[in-house]
Write a protein that binds this ligand. Sequence first.
Ligand code: GDP
Length: 315
Amino acid sequence: MSWLSKIRSGLAKTAQQIRERLGSDVPETAVPVTTPSAGPAGVTGGRPLGLESFEALEDALLTADVGVAATERIVAAVRGDRNGSLRERVGRVVQRILADVSAAPEIGTTHHVILIVGVNGTGKTTTVGKLANLYKTQGRSVMVCAADTFRAAAVEQLAVWTSRAGVDLVRAQAGADPAAVTFDAVSAARSRGRDVVLVDTAGRLHTRANLMAELDKIRRVVGREVPGAPHEVLLVLDATVGQNGLVQAREFMTASGASGIVLTKLDGTAKGGIAIAIAHELKLPIRYIGVGEAIDDLVPFDAAAYVDAIFTEKW
Ligand code: GDP
């Protein structure tokens, strides 16, 4: 399946929910209007929408977890825009919101170090496996580091993923210092000339201060080994937890210095609008989306494809 089809099928539930809520009474094609209510003279476009359509739109967006603030922005923009169908108008403003944050992930340097952070259960370990596989299929040499040394099951899971992807895994004794394992992995990556190092970090420590201290130590260690590292800190968020995820994300953003988001489990929810809320609220780029449990179910986030997948049907 192409990545575009993966995005589309991953967002199918969200698209269906929106379609059902908006019904079929909304004009799809642009009908030129000349009535005063159509807006400034000379502007052609869709039939003026009734209040009901705006309410239905607001309802659909909120149910898709777009969030109150982003929904308000979208509805206001659509009200003030008379060009094209409702779908086109919504698509334009959503794309504007997403465009600010959907920078393409760039891996330019050698020994590009990426820390993967996030709460346990969000799909962090799976994402590390999927990323290892993605970079490998792009022709890069990859090294994975199991820095969550307290979760033996996570390390075993990572071992399965990395052997499936055919990449090296650096792991330590249970309970070992995560920064020490990370140091080993990064220096091994240097001596073996690996392009990318993926570090799976702990998702939960007793206190936030501990977590911050651990991530800080890992950052210092990799920065000493490879100038400029870590080049990216990817925060993994579970799309199915909806707006609660945003609170969690904010906490982690400060604690980890996250530079980008991986949004997982989009395939399991009709609340895929959370991507819009993230872009609007957190102003962090969404780098990848998880659209299934298989190793190749991770695709780079693309604003245009996302908008197309959600707002593609006639409504
Ligand atoms: P971790 O505790 O954060 O490391 O989470 P795991 O990587 O162990 O994932 C938790 C569960 O989420 C597993 O059952 C994964 O198969 C599942 N999962 C992860 N990413 C996705 C995704 O994109 N889609 C679906 N449907 N499931 C996912």
